[in-house]
Every structure is written in C-alpha cells, then in structure tokens.
Design a protein around this ligand. Structure first.
Ligand SMILES: Nc1ncnc2c1ncn2[C@@H]1O[C@H](COP(=O)(O)OP(=O)(O)O)[C@@H](O)[C@H]1O
Ligand SMILES: [Mg+2]
Length: 189
C-alpha cells in the first residue's frame, strides 16, 4: 500500500495530512504513533475510503483505490475499528461477512485465533445465537469478533481486477460502503 503526496482536510481549512508519502510493504506491520489529534485515524480512514485525499493518491497493489469497486476493497482489506458494531444477526453471519463461503472449521479456527470461540460455543445456540438477543457482547468481545472476521477474510493484497473509473464520492462526505446488510440498517463496522 502506498500513500503518494497525500493531503487531506476535514474542514477545508486545517490540513490534517500534508504531503504524506508512505509505503507499507507486504508482510510487514506498521504502527502509527503520535499524539491525539495528530491524524492517525484520518490517515487510516483513507484506506476503506471513508474519505478520499484532497491531493495525492492512495494505492493498493499499485492500483488507485478510486479505481476499485468497494466490494474489491473490502474483499482485499480487513478493518478492525475501535468502535465495533455488530449486525443484529447470528454470530455466524457476522463473521462470514467478508467470506461467505467459509466452512465451519475455518470459522471456528478464526474465532479460536481471536480468542472468542469458547465464548461463542458457551452461548445457548453457539454460532447461531443472534447478537443482541441470545448474546450480548462486551466492547472487548465485539472487538474479538471483529478480529475473527478479519482473520477469516484472510485478505491478500495482490491480484486485482480492474474496473473503469466511475463516480468518485464527494471529498467531505463519507463514502457508501458495501458493508450495509440488506437485512438490517445497522452498519457492521
Ligand atoms: N470527522 C471529522 N470531522 C472533522 N474533523 C475531524 C474529523 N475526524 C477528525 N477530525 C480532526 O482531524 C484531526 C485529526 O484527528 P484524528 O485523525 O482522529 O487524530 P488521531 O487519530 O491521531 O487522534 C483532529 O484535529 C480532529 O479534530
Ligand atoms: Mg485516532
């Protein structure tokens, strides 16, 4: 993933990001460290395209994010946010969002790695328990579910299918994201 001369302002006046150049190499881990309000979350938010840069380009696998369908971005990247929201649906459905064809074994493996499998199996209906009805998760548990979801997605960052440039979302409005379920109005993250 690369940021090339990326600048961004939330209000059109104060530049939160100013000419950021950054290369995140495959197989590496990067931590952004800085004081509150420095722009860490803003920088990270450009990857799921909550916003697009005012200037510069964000690329993944060499492709401008703006040239990729939202579905492709979410198929190739996983996000674990601080404030996790879960769908009012089964635990299974919540985990399968990014990879609907995953087997039960893959599901359990991801949940084990996120240290949430045992908690799920102790629920009355296990993976078929409905979040908010059979199961109430704490913030930390919801975060573990979000981590399990990301692990299950097992997102690579190569081989892209190109798509013609289409409508670019307005700079200062959050983009439409593909994670809204048709079954519920609640955003999944
Ligand atoms: N949605 C928003 N609308 C307007 N200003 C914002 C928004 N999000 C963050 N900011 C402002 O952008 C700056 C950077 O915030 P942020 O990226 O959240 O910093 P960090 O994650 O490093 O604490 C702050 O001045 C913050 O007030
Ligand atoms: Mg932050």
């Amino acid at each position: 993933m690369t940021f090339e001369n990326v600048s961004f302002s939330h209000d059109g006046e104060h530049r939160v990001l100013d000419g950021v150049d950054l290369t995140l190499a495959p197989g590496t881990t990067t931590a952004l460290v800085g004081p509150s309000g420095a722009g860490k979350s803003t920088l990270a938010s450009l990857l799921p395209r909550f916003w697009d840069p005012d200037e510069g380009t964000v690329r993944v696998g060499g492709k401008d994010l703006r040239d990729l369908a939202p579905e492709e971005i979410y198929r190739r990247m996983s996000f674990v946010f601080q404030d996790v929201r879960l769908l009012r649906d089964t635990v299974r459905a919540n985990l399968l969002i990014a990879r609907p064809d995953a087997t039960d074994e893959q599901l359990a493996d991801a949940a084990r790695r996120a240290r949430i499998h045992d908690r799920i199996t102790e629920l009355p209906r296990g993976y078929d328990s409905v979040v908010g009805e059979d199961a109430r998760f704490s913030g930390g548990e919801a975060q573990r579910l979000s981590i399990a979801r990301a692990m299950l997605a097992d997102t690579p960052s190569s081989s892209w299918t190109r798509r013609p440039r289409t409508r670019t979302p307005s700079r200062r409005r959050p983009c439409r994201t593909p994670c809204r379920s048709s079954r519920t109005a609640a955003p999944c993250w």
